[in-house]
Every structure is written in structure tokens, then in C-alpha cells.
Design a binder for this molecule. Structure first.
Ligand code: ATP
Ligand code: BTN
Length: 241
């Protein structure tokens, strides 16, 4: 049995225990279930036994937060491309951190950070990908789907994990050297809301406009009154208008 509170927590502990000199890059935690799986802003990630991939990878960025902007976008692209390698054709990316299949939530990405803003920081890249959820699953307050819904043929959880690790391992150095640029085209092709009317919600604030993709820092581009403005940051949720 391989049940943890949250795979992100396990790697956070690991990262604190290792010294500065020890390399942390590519350290991975995979679990069968989580008792305290979480999404953004303290929301719950429902994590039943054996039903999903609960995955985290550690990566150290030497130039602080600046070097990390857009990381969740890059991880979304890598996850979506990995799914494509297994034959998924219908998955789409929802800014800033979700993968959707047939307009339902398939996977979520949660990036957490350890360390000081301007120094070396460790990013904990968490991915929850639904594989085969129980039919009677309770507790998710929005439409959701799993990989077995999107794929006719069987797939191997181990093969999927292996490919995901490999693909992230290859993409992270590219991202460190070149930022998001090499990933933007793939994002555009999979963008769930591209050229659609959306509302951005942040606390009590709402802004309506047309989604026009992302810029190379990972900001969402929103067109209102013929002007396109970037929207940054973790507190924003996007919904169809
Ligand atoms: P946004 O990221 O746009 O703010 P979100 O509602 O998707 O919106 P997140 O924090 O990204 O919010 O994800 C947490 C939400 O995901 C939960 O509130 C729940 O609705 C949903 N959720 C929880 N567990 C699962 C799961 N296993 N599969 C799909 N969706 C889930
Ligand atoms: C979201 O949609 O807000 C992100 C959900 C991220 C869930 C994964 S499961 C593995 C890792 N451990 C966690 O507690 N959360 C992430």
C-alpha cells in the first residue's frame, strides 16, 4: 500500500531534508491514494485508491520565482502531449492549470514553491490525472472525466507514469534555458477557450472578454473593447461567458 497525505507534501519534506548541494532535480513521488490531496487555494482533490495518477516531481530553479513564471503552462503542455502519445485526441488545456476532456475536468496541476523569492527555489510540480474513477464517486462539485472515458483501448498506468517522468525530465531544462516560447504553439493548439467569450473571476471582481491565448510569461491574454491585456496570476479563475 502506498497511501500518503499528499505527494506534494512528501516531496516538500524531502526537499527540506536534503542539503543545498544535493541535487533534487527529477525526484518523484507517486502514490496509490491521498488522504489530503489538494488543488489550488486549499480546495480538495478527491483521491480514491488506485483510481488516478497522484504524481509529484521536484525541480530546483536557481534564479528564484522569476525563472518559474509559466511553469504550470509548460507542465500542462507536457501532460497533454504525453496523453496524445497514448492516443488521446480530445483533451484540451484550460488556463492556468487544468486538462479537460470533452469539457470535463480530467487532470489538475498544482505547483508549490519552497525557498526564498530571489534565491534558489524548489518547485514541487503536482499532477493529479484521473485514470479510472469509481462509478459512485462523490465529492466533486463540477463535471469530471477519466482516461478510460476518453480511450477505447486499455492503457498502462506504469507506462504512462514513465513517459510523463521522461517528458518532464526533457522539457524542464528546455524551459529553464528558453522559458515558455518553445511551448506556446502546443498550448495554442490545445487551448480550451481560445477565441471564446469568457469571464475572469478573482474574488468579487469579474472581467468579461474574448480569450486570445497566452503570452510568453504565461499570462492569459484577454480582449476587451478591442484592446488585449495580459492577466497574471494564481487567483484568477476562467469560466465560459
Ligand atoms: P480554477 O482552477 O479555474 O480556479 P477549479 O474549480 O478547477 O478552477 P482547482 O483548484 O483547480 O479549481 O481544482 C479543485 C477543484 O477540482 C475542486 O474544487 C473540485 O471541483 C475539482 N476536483 C476535485 N477532485 C477532482 C478529481 N479527482 N477530478 C476532477 N476534478 C476534481
Ligand atoms: C487543481 O486542479 O487545482 C490541481 C489539482 C492537483 C492534484 C495533484 S494530485 C498530486 C499532487 N498532490 C496534491 O495534493 N495535489 C496534486
Amino acid at each position: 500500500e502506498n497511501i500518503v497525505s499528499s505527494t506534494n507534501d512528501i516531496l516538500k519534506q524531502q526537499s527540506q531534508e536534503l542539503s543545498q548541494e544535493q541535487s533534487k532535480n527529477g525526484m518523484v513521488c507517486l502514490a496509490e491514494a491521498q488522504t489530503d490531496g489538494r488543488g489550488r487555494r486549499g480546495r480538495k482533490w478527491v483521491s480514491p485508491y488506485g483510481a488516478s495518477l497522484y504524481f509529484s516531481m521536484l525541480w530546483q530553479f536557481d534564479n528564484g520565482y522569476q525563472a518559474m513564471s509559466g511553469l504550470s503552462i509548460m507542465v500542462g503542455v507536457v501532460l497533454n502531449n504525453t496523453l496524445a502519445q497514448f492516443g488521446v485526441t480530445s483533451s484540451r488545456l484550460k488556463w492556468p492549470n487544468d486538462v479537460y476532456g470533452n469539457n470535463k475536468k480530467l487532470a489538475g496541476i498544482l505547483i508549490e514553491v519552497e525557498g526564498q523569492a530571489d534565491a534558489s527555489v524548489s518547485a514541487i510540480i503536482g499532477i493529479g490525472l484521473n485514470l479510472r474513477l469509481p462509478n459512485d464517486l462523490q465529492g466533486i462539485d463540477q463535471a469530471f472525466t477519466d482516461l478510460s472515458d476518453l480511450l477505447e483501448k486499455p492503457f498502462s498506468r506504469n507506462e504512462l507514469s514513465k513517459k510523463l517522468i521522461e517528458n518532464l525530465w526533457l522539457a524542464l531544462p528546455v524551459f529553464e534555458a528558453q522559458g515558455l516560447n518553445p511551448f506556446i504553439e502546443d498550448w495554442d493548439e490545445a487551448d480550451l477557450y481560445k477565441n471564446q467569450e469568457v469571464v475572469l473571476i478573482s474574488g468579487d471582481k469579474r472581467v468579461k472578454g474574448v480569450a486570445r491565448g497566452i503570452d510568453n510569461s504565461g499570462a492569459l491574454l484577454l480582449e476587451t473593447d478591442q484592446k488585449i491585456k495580459p492577466y497574471y496570476g494564481g487567483e484568477i479563475s476562467v469560466r465560459p461567458a
